[in-house]
Design a protein around this ligand. Structure first.
Ligand code: ATP
Length: 248
C-alpha cells in the first residue's frame, strides 16, 4: 500500500568540522505507521543519519549542508531537537543515555518534559509504558545505573514514549545485549507500532534481527544508500546474505 510518508529525507549531505563529508546524498522515507531499518557496517553513517533528522549534529560539530528533511508534512531541517520532540519525532540514542543516578520511574518522568497537558495524562502514559515494559514496572524504584543493559534500553525507549511521539528514531537497540533480550525489545517495538501507531526508523548492525521486524530497509555504505527494498527482498538477496547476514 502507498501510505504517505511521515518522514522523508531528501538527498542530504552532512559535513563534520567543515571538511569531513560523511553523508554523500542520502534519501529515505518512512511510511506512516511503518518500521524501517537503516543497515550497514560500523561507520557507514547510520548514527549520523538519525542525528541529522533529529537535529542533534550541532553538538558534534556536524551540519546538514545539502538536501531537506520533512516530518509530518513540514520542513524540519531548521528546527531544534526540542521542537522536533514537540512535533512528535524523538531519538533514542545509541548507548541508552539514561540518567544512572535517577530511578527508572524518575527517568521516565524526564521524558515528559516537553508536554503541556498536565499530570493526569502523564500518569496515564506512565501506566501505558509500564504495561508495555513489565520489567520497568518491577524495577521502577531502582536507580537505572544499577539495572541491566536490557532494562536500560527499555528505560530509554520508555522515556521516549513519555513524549507521546508519532515516530521514534532508534539507534542500535541491540548493542551489547543478549539475543533473547534484543528479541524481547523488538517484540515490544512491534507491539507499540501495531497498537499505538508509532512509526520507527531503526539503525542496526544486527541485520538479521532488523529484517525480521522491519517492513523496509536501506543499506548504507560510506555515506551512501547502496540498496533499498522490502525486508523480504533483502532477506532473499544473495549479496545481503553474503555480506550482512553471514550466510553465503
Ligand atoms: P556506528 O555503528 O559506529 O554508530 P554508524 O554507521 O552509525 O556507525 P556514524 O557514527 O554515523 O556511523 O559515522 C559515520 C562516519 O562519520 C564515520 O567515519 C565516523 O568516523 C565519522 N564521524 C562520526 N562522528 C563524527 C564527528 N563528530 N566528527 C568527525 N567525524 C565523525
Amino acid at each position: 500500500e502507498a501510505a504517505k510518508p511521515i518522514l522523508s529525507v531528501n538527498n542530504i549531505e552532512v559535513i563534520y568540522d567543515h571538511v569531513i563529508l560523511v553523508l554523500k546524498g542520502v534519501s529515505l522515507a518512512v511510511p506512516k505507521g511503518g518500521i524501517v531499518a537503516i543497515l550497514g557496517a560500523n561507520g557507514a553513517g547510520k548514527t549520523t543519519t538519525l542525528k541529522a533528522i533529529s537535529n542533534l549534529l550541532r553538538a558534534e560539530r556536524g551540519e546538514v549542508t545539502k538536501g531537506s528533511i520533512e516530518f509530518d508534512g513540514e520542513r524540519v531541517d531548521r528546527k531544534t531537537p526540542n521542537e522536533l520532540v514537540r512535533r512528535g519525532c524523538i531519538q533514542v540514542m545509541e548507548g541508552r543515555h539514561c540518567f544512572g543516578h535517577l530511578t527508572i520511574h524518575e527517568n521516565l518522568l524526564t521524558g515528559a518534559f516537553t508536554r503541556r497537558d498536565g499530570k493526569a495524562a502523564i500518569k496515564r502514559d506512565m501506566e501505558m509504558v509500564y504495561d508495555y515494559f513489565p520489567r520497568l514496572r518491577q524495577r521502577q524504584g531502582s536507580m537505572s545505573g544499577y539495572t541491566s543493559g536490557g532494562e536500560q534500553q527499555m528505560c530509554a525507549i520508555g522515556r521516549a514514549l513519555m513524549s507521546r511521539p508519532k515516530m521514534i528514531l532508534l539507534d542500535e537497540p541491540s548493542m551489547g545485549l543478549a539475543p533473547q533480550i534484543v528479541e524481547e525489545i523488538f517484540e515490544i517495538v512491534k507491539d507499540l507500532n501495531a497498537k499505538e501507531g508509532v512509526s520507527f526508523l531503526v539503525a542496526e548492525q544486527n541485520t538479521n534481527m532488523a529484517l525480521k521486524y522491519a517492513t523496509y530497509a536501506y543499506i548504507l555504505e560510506t555515506g551512501r544508500v547502496v540498496m533499498d527494498g522490502t525486508a523480504q527482498m533483502m532477506r532473499d538477496n544473495e549479496d545481503v546474505k553474503e555480506f550482512y547476514l553471514g550466510v553465503a
